[in-house]
Design a protein around this ligand. Structure first.
Ligand SMILES: Nc1nc2c(ncn2[C@@H]2O[C@H](COP(=O)(O)OP(=O)(O)OP(=O)(O)O)[C@@H](O)[C@H]2O)c(=O)[nH]1
Length: 498
């Protein structure tokens, strides 16, 4: 018995059948053939040959499935249903067919499929199929343009092989970069949690990547390093607020190793942003610079410190004096500069040799440092001459002089204590010599002195010569009305061209 349905119900049913047909076709499922009527005709896609026999059509379908095994993807673009009568419905669909072969010609062509369904008894069967694809490349007997596809496949396979080789080479290069190179590549999320770190970190700090990923960036550094990174982070936030993109930010920071040691790394870091410009994370490179850092420190040490006593040298003193003058100008407080020259130092050298003289100079440097505050400067000016600079005294001139005089007196007394020096050469038994020596101290108290650093030094030196003239082991404060210094031109102290 035939049942006639309303057009809407009919269309729903046909649409479902059509979808089932497409699904079975895409899945290369042979059950598809059950949908064809015994009274079937159809045009194959490859040509304009009308097939009038169901069995022949099933054969062609199987040939198609055998030629292109594997699921297809049908990319449906448009579909329309049309009632030809209550029992006959035509479905016209437009779509792209994607074969399971990369870059095939079909995927670029629009296929048109017309299926005509007819109600046969209780079931809707496909009575006609007309597929239309511009199959100009199809060769004899083919359902699909497979020769063309095979040709294309060979070219693609060659291309894939070539690209795979290039990729492998790049992978080796990448491994070299990340594993063999000393540089450490890393990525972190916007909360500064590490999301990737290259294996070279194991060589750098001794940690395996899995021990680091998921941890906060701060855990890479020691306390000093955390402070440096925090400062870089603060600068980054400030720039973000002002709408500036800092690009690559670089800083040197001490990193913590697995064995507890500390090494220095130079970090280059850049923000990663989404399309809206929002920071989604960071990536960067860290390079070990411990050796470079040590050399910089050595150079710094050689340039600014005396090699024997490790006190600041004349150059660093000059710098500190300029700072002290600027500070005095800001605060209105006085500073003091003392010239300390050992008395009768030469005989020690003459009697026991320079080596013992050196020991005395080292001991003098140590005693001087212990006479002043951390913020003050003790420098070796040259030979047996030292300079002590006191900063941040008081605003009152007289009181500042009194303070400086008290420190100078302490220095004089401390340097006059006996020295126990080991005169034994290397390999010899201990030979302690007791030596007594003293120092002459000249003091000048300054307040943002208009005359500048050289003048201050000269005044302190004049006072020191007055102390020598007064019989040595003496402190003299420079007085503005002091008689002109008896210093030959080439003896006048100063920083010269430093
Ligand atoms: N051991 C040692 N001696 C040095 C060094 N630099 C300079 N001297 C010596 O220090 C002495 C300084 O000379 P003076 O200041 O004239 O000697 P002084 O005996 O202290 O004389 P007054 O200052 O007049 O009391 C010289 O003998 C220099 O050779 C050094 O680095 N090591």
């Amino acid at each position: 018995m035939t049942s006639v349905t309303r057009p809407a119900d009919r269309h729903d049913k046909i649409r479902a059948l059509f979808d089932e047909y497409i699904e079975l076709y895409a899945a290369r499922d042979d059950r598809l053939t059950a949908l064809f009527s015994e009274d079937f005709s159809g045009y194959t896609g490859g040509g304009s040959v009308l097939v009038k026999d169901r069995d022949e059509w099933v054969k062609i379908t199987r040939q198609d499935f055998a030629e292109v095994p594997g699921r297809l993807r049908i990319d449906m673009r448009d579909i329309a249903l049309q009632d030809l009568s209550e029992h006959v419905v035509a479905v016209t669909a437009f779509f792209h067919i994607h074969l399971p072969v990369p870059e095939h010609v079909l995927s670029r062509e629009m296929a048109r499929l017309v299926l005509i369904f007819r109600l046969e008894g209780e079931a809707w069967k496909i009575v006609h199929s007309g597929i239309s694809i511009p199959y100009h490349l199809v060769q004899d007997g083919e359902v699909y343009p497979l020769h063309e596809l095979q040709e294309r496949n060979r070219t693609l396979e060659a291309l894939v092989e070539e690209r795979t080789r290039a990729l492998n080479e790049r992978e080796v290069f990448y491994r070299l970069l990340t594993e063999d190179a000393l540089d450490v590549l890393w990525r972190a999320d916007s909360e500064l949690r590490i999301t990737y770190i290259s294996p070279s970190d194991e060589r750098f700090r001794g940690f395996k990547a899995e021990e680091v990923v998921g941890h906060h960036v701060f855990e890479l550094f020691n306390e000093e390093g955390v402070a440096i990174v925090s400062e870089a982070w603060r600068r980054r936030l400030e720039a973000e607020r002002e709408g500036r993109d800092l690009g690559f930010v670089s800083f040197d920071a001490p990193h913590l190793c697995k064995d507890g040691s500390v090494i220095w790394g130079e970090v280059f870091s850049k923000a990663v942003r989404d399309e809206s410009g929002k920071i989604t994370g960071f990536h960067g490179i860290t390079r070990e610079i411990t050796r470079r850092k040590q050399m910089q420190e050595q150079i710094q040490q050689l340039a600014f410190y005396d090699t024997l006593t490790h006190l600041p040298n004349r150059r660093l003193l000059s710098d500190r004096l300029l700072h002290a003058l600027a500070a005095s100008k800001r605060s209105g407080r006085h500073g003091a500069l003392m010239f300390v020259d050992l008395d009768n130092f030469k005989p020690l050298n003459d009697r026991y040799g320079h080596f013992v003289g050196d020991l005395l100079l080292i001991e003098v440097a140590d005693r001087l440092k212990r006479c002043v505050r951390e913020m003050d400067t003790v420098a070796r000016f040259g030979g047996d001459e030292f300079v002590v600079m006191l900063g941040e005294l008081v605003k009152d001139h007289e009181e500042s002089i009194a303070q400086a005089a008290a420190v100078a007196e302490k220095i004089r007394l401390r340097l006059a204590d006996d020295y126990q020096l080991n005169a034994a050469r290397e390999g010899e038994v201990e030979n302690i010599v007791t030596h007594h020596c003293s120092a002459s101290v000249g003091v000048f108290v300054f307040l943002d002195h208009e005359a500048g650093a050289d003048e201050i030094l000269k005044c302190a030196d004049i006072a020191m010569y007055q102390a020598k003239a007064a019989g040595r082991n003496t402190v003299r404060i420079y007085a503005a009305d002091a008689p002109p210094a008896n210093l030959p031109g080439d003896q006048a102290p100063g920083f010269g061209a430093l």
